[in-house]
Design a protein around this ligand. Structure first.
Ligand code: CP
Length: 319
């Protein structure tokens, strides 16, 4: 039986089954085909979506706004200065107001507490567009990109290189535990998920600092910036911990496969075109040769952010 995601929120993917995740990926692939054929099914016509973003974003925000517009919905972006959770109004009160006005809420913020309060009190589906611990809509786009390339996720090995404790790595770990692929986190011990958390994922997640173990037969190498939003003060320590974990052509070749792809959630530091990279050239997590090379799928992955956001909204709102 096809799963029914009507009315469901997306907090972390922990509460979603494999069949439900597959449905989201199938719906995203179908939405992409329809868009390329010029079809506009307008499955969210008349709906209003709140895009509540307390942190900066280009891809995720644009993904939700464009996906909503494609399906006939109106999306309203509300920033930190508009929605002052716990400053002038309680989270619970704001949640109830948003739920009276909007049909769904895409939320980007800090801890999980505000997200969970929105889920509990708004009465409408809430989609996690990034919190400190989770980035599930990113993981959905990553899985769609992998499926596009390899036809299946089953038994793939994916190597995540960098800060293994961040929200992207954690969401990929949850995805691996649900979908039958193995996530290998290649990072120094200081930047691995805690042992008790790793234990939850069983054999689906392998934490190692040994490149040979992490890269052997990997279908994809994935990385992220070395410091996440809000961790800027950590930069020098991260550079010293991660300088040997930069993604280079040699690291890519160490998979032993000629079809390994390179993924990055973006934004990426790979050249000297940004102020940040010019100020901190040693903090670049990937060589330009890999980022711009034939193995890179980073812009397909970025486009897939929109198709997967569309699938999540359409399925939750029952269009
Ligand atoms: N990957 C990602 O979440 O990008 P944004 O921060 O631009 O949304």
């Amino acid at each position: 039986m096809t799963p029914d995601l009507k009315g469901r929120s997306l907090s972390s993917m922990r509460n979603h089954t494999r069949a439900e995740i597959e449905l989201m990926l199938d719906t995203a692939a179908d939405a992409r085909e329809r868009k390329r054929r010029g079809e506009r099914p307008l499955r969210l016509a008349g709906r209003n979506i709140a895009v509540v973003f307390l942190k900066p974003s280009s891809r995720t925000r644009a993904a939700f706004v464009v996906a909503a517009a494609d399906e006939g919905a109106h999306a309203e972006v509300l920033r930190a200065e508009d929605v002052r959770f716990g400053v002038k109004e309680s989270v619970k009160d704001i949640a109830r107001v948003l739920g009276r006005l909007y049909d769904g809420i895409a939320f980007r913020g800090f801890g999980e507490d505000v997200l969970e309060a929105l889920v509990e009190h708004s009465g409408v589906p809430v989609w996690n567009a990034l919190t400190e611990r989770y980035h599930p809509t990113q993981a959905l786009a990553d899985m769609l990109t992998l499926r596009d390339e390899f036809g299946t996720l089953e038994r793939l090995a994916i190597t995540y290189v960098g800060d293994g404790r961040n929200n992207v790595a954690r969401s990929l770990a949850i995805a691996a535990s649900k979908m039958g692929f193995q996530l290998r986190i290649l990072a120094p011990p200081e930047l691995q998920l805690p042992a008790e958390e790793l234990g939850e994922f069983g054999d689906a997640v392998l934490a190692t600092h040994d490149p040979e173990v992490a890269l052997h037969e990997s279908a994809a190498v994935y990385n992220d910036v070395w410091v996440s939003m809000g961790e800027e003060g950590e930069l020098e320590r991260r550079i010293s911990l991660l300088r040997d974990f930069k993604v280079t052509p040699e690291l890519m070749a160490a998979t032993g496969r000629d079809d390994t792809i390179y993924l990055h959630c973006l934004p990426a530091y790979h050249d000297l075109e940004t102020e940040f990279a010019r100020a901190h050239p040693d903090a670049r997590e990937v060589d330009d040769a890999v980022f711009e090379g034939p193995q890179s799928r980073v812009f397909d992955q970025a486009e897939n952010r929109m198709h997967t956001a569309k699938a999540v909204m359409v399925l939750s709102l029952g269009g």
